[in-house]
Write a new protein. Structure first.
Length: 139
């Protein structure tokens, strides 16, 4: 795993708090896994959409980061659009898959989806735009 991705995993408090498990498939393609807990609920047995949106931002952003890190760059979310297709239920595991659709010098476009791990039912899809910036030598 690239040192920038390792650094990101060490400082990413959102990922740590939500117990996101990262798997880099290749440059520009990643998977995240997350177990839905009671603390993520909006209604009994149903996960709040903000939790899914937060996971999706991570899925898209780290897909972009897995590409930009080859040029010693970080990324920041400029925007993303999410479509919620099905409810996510407490106690289930989700798999988010993200991929880079196009990587330019300053901007990266990514897309992704989140599915229920066991049923493969699609929970959400999204696309996003990310701004690259240099990775500082001392952070």
């Amino acid at each position: 795993m690239h040192e920038i991705i390792e650094y990101y995993n060490q400082v990413n408090k959102f990922g740590e708090d939500h117990k996101l498990k990262l798997k880099v498939i290749q440059s520009g393609e990643i998977e995240y896994e997350m177990e839905l807990e009671e603390r993520h609920e909006a209604l009994p047995n149903y996960t709040h959409g903000g939790v899914i949106a937060g996971m999706m931002d991570a899925v898209l952003g780290v897909a972009a980061l897995s590409s930009s890190c080859e040029n010693e760059q970080l990324v920041a979310t400029l925007e993303f659009k999410i479509n919620f297709l099905n409810a996510a239920q407490t106690g289930r595991s989700l798999i988010g898959k993200g991929k880079v659709d196009k990587a330019g010098k300053n901007v990266i476009f990514a897309s992704g989806e989140i599915r229920d791990k066991d049923s493969s039912r699609i929970i959400a899809t999204a696309s996003g735009t990310f701004k690259t910036r240099p990775f500082p030598e001392k952070v």
